[in-house]
Ligand binder design. Sequence first.
Ligand code: GLU
Length: 444
Amino acid sequence: MSYVDEVLARVKEKNASEPEFLQAVEEVLDSLRPVIEANEEKYRKEALLERLTEPDRQIKFRVPWVDDKGQVQVNTGYRVQFNNAIGPYKGGLRLHPSVNIGIIKFLGFEQIFKNSLTGLPIGGGKGGSDFDPKGKSDREVMAFCQSFITELYKYIGADVDVPAGDIGTGAREIGYMYGQYKRITGLYEGVLTGKGLTFGGSLARTEATGYGLLYITRELMKCHGMDMKDKICCVSGSGNVAIYAAQKAQQMGAKVVTVSDSTGWIYDPEGIDVELLKEVKEVKRARLTEYAAARKSAEYHEGRGVWQIKCDIALPCATQNELHLEDAKQLAANGCKAVCEGANMPTTLEATKYLQDNGVLFICGKASNAGGVATSALEMTQNSERLSWTFEEVDAKLEQIMVNIYHNIDDAAKRYGMEGNYVAGANIAGFEKVANAMLAQGVC
Ligand code: GLU
């Protein structure tokens, strides 16, 4: 049995109840085959893949808090510190009822390669809780965040592990967490990113994941002889990534005609009104039905269905496994030219394969959504030098990072004879740096 198959079998046996984690490991190891085969004896002796697929540590803790009725509620908190070979653990905190250890491990594993691809010195980690901020008062969210940090503060630090936002964790949550960390430790340090602009946050961090997604998409299109002008884009999701992806796509001259949330989706043939979307989602924290109610050209549909709309570019920006095989078939049949992931692992393995085999350009999230964490690393840099850069400075760096990522993954795929396979390219380019660092640092 090859070393990759051996490790895959072991990982499956050890983590049988964690399907998302297994999916992420399978995708990565499968596409690393040519690299591993070229170094099989050495990597096997060093147990490199066993070490890469086993987190440095997994922290799980109780998060008790009091709701507005005076009732004590209990949630579970997680932080998976996966790999710090190239820098302090870095990755977001997801607050969503679906969160469990398998989800956090998949996200933490992806983060290792994504963070490596940014070219910046950050390791991989992820955390979160099954707490649902939806429908909670500000006071309840604060009570949860304070309790969460009261336990997590022991394990994080500006040079140790730097959490950030993810689904359910935005500026409000990061602010409450930062305040509690500061209160307990007495430290005013860059322990979290995505902070408010008045206390160490970076300009352009809010926009970074969505903007970065469009910078890499434009580069992909350009290198295939196409531009963004008048392209029809389907976006899924309506959170931070989707909103700023839509905004940047429209600034580039494309037309975004869809967005979605957990209960339904919008088709707006005139183009999504990003300001209205921001008002509904960021200010009112309301459902998309409110968007439809306020805009004549918008149709609201229950359930899922974004991918049936004919488009040139599909940008899945909602959550994992939201683009299935049937969706991939529909997109390809409709003449879609490119799918670039804004969310983490939104496309299933079968759907990815179908797109790749049927001439649809495909960039996986660990490359195409790396702009968020890259800008978090720029926030860390600004915190360390106690300076803040202008929006234009940060945005220009972000754009350069995304263009570099595209060319690095393109080159890596070509080096191993897999031209155009950006999944393999991303996994290989991300892996090489981490593997070199791990080997240089000895058995640890
Ligand atoms: N949650 C984001 C991601 O999936 C950002 C993480 C960060 O900024 O640390 O990459």
